[in-house]
Design a protein around this ligand. Structure first.
Ligand SMILES: C[S@@+](CC[C@H](N)C(=O)[O-])C[C@H]1O[C@@H](n2cnc3c(N)ncnc32)[C@H](O)[C@@H]1O
Length: 225
């Protein structure tokens, strides 16, 4: 099953994830400042549930302004990498958790952050995943997804049986993995959220090769009261 294959891939990539993304390169991080600033701003004063936090690069910025961040990931190896960062542990809790079982995560939240995660959710799991996320926040809360815009070699033209775009990824030990990687159009994003009560906004940042999707759940509807 491809979900498990992606879990194994990121589990094994954990120790080189940040460097492979350029997160240890000041110049590359500087390019991301517009997105970093939006993360700081959207998470300000909030009790944040971060989904698929990986080695915690984005956790750092959310934690600068949030009241608390419960940063979760399926893979203990990525959380071990996050522990090496100087995260403010009075505000940050690192927790192993499955994004498809958000109901098992303890806590009450009024914001969700997930970076480079939505692109990996199989189409068949999208509705359930989004419903699960909305159930975890108070009404009126921002749910923020940040994903990559396609690069030169991102679009492979290969799809699995349910229409998910597939990339092949290799690690330095020669192992190879199939990964779902969506590059969703605005229309596709709008379709994903169309049945859900709230306000959707989509901002694209070509200079950072990112898209930021913010869904604010409607006051008085769903979620935690
Ligand atoms: C592309 S990485 C993004 C990491 C981090 N958000 C960042 O941007 O630095 C995707 C992350 O999803 C995690 N992951 C994969 N399957 C998961 C699942 N079912 N539940 C939670 N996390 C999962 C991986 O371990 C990996 O850390």
């Amino acid at each position: 099953m491809i979900i498990e294959e992606m879990q194994r891939y990121y589990g094994q990539r954990a120790s080189v994830y940040d460097s492979s993304m350029g997160y240890d390169d000041e110049a590359k991080v500087r390019v991301l400042l517009p997105i970093i600033e939006r993360v700081r701003s959207a998470m300000r004063g909030r009790q944040v549930l971060e989904i698929a936090c990986g080695p915690g690069f984005w956790t750092q910025f959310a934690a600068e302004t949030a009241v608390s961040v419960t940063a979760t990931d399926y893979n203990p190896s990525t959380l071990d990498e996050a522990r090496k960062k100087r995260l403010p542990l009075d505000r940050v809790t690192l927790l192993q958790a499955d994004a498809y079982r958000l109901d098992l995560i303890p806590g009450v939240f009024d914001a969700i952050l997930a970076v480079d995660w939505l692109a990996h959710v199989p189409l068949s799991r999208m509705e359930g995943f989004l419903a699960g996320a909305i159930r975890r926040v108070r009404s009126g809360s921002p749910i923020v997804f940040i994903d990559q815009l396609p690069g030169e070699h991102s679009v492979t033209g290969v799809f699995d049986d349910e229409g998910n775009p597939i990339q092949e990824r290799r690690l330095s030990d020669g192992s190879s993995f199939r990964v779902i990687k969506h590059f969703l159009s605005d229309a596709q994003i709008e379709a994903l959220f169309s049945g859900l009560a709230g306000e959707l906004s989509i901002q694209r940042f070509p200079e950072c090769r990112r898209v930021m999707v913010m869904f604010v759940t409607r006051e008085g509807e769903g979620g935690v009261s």
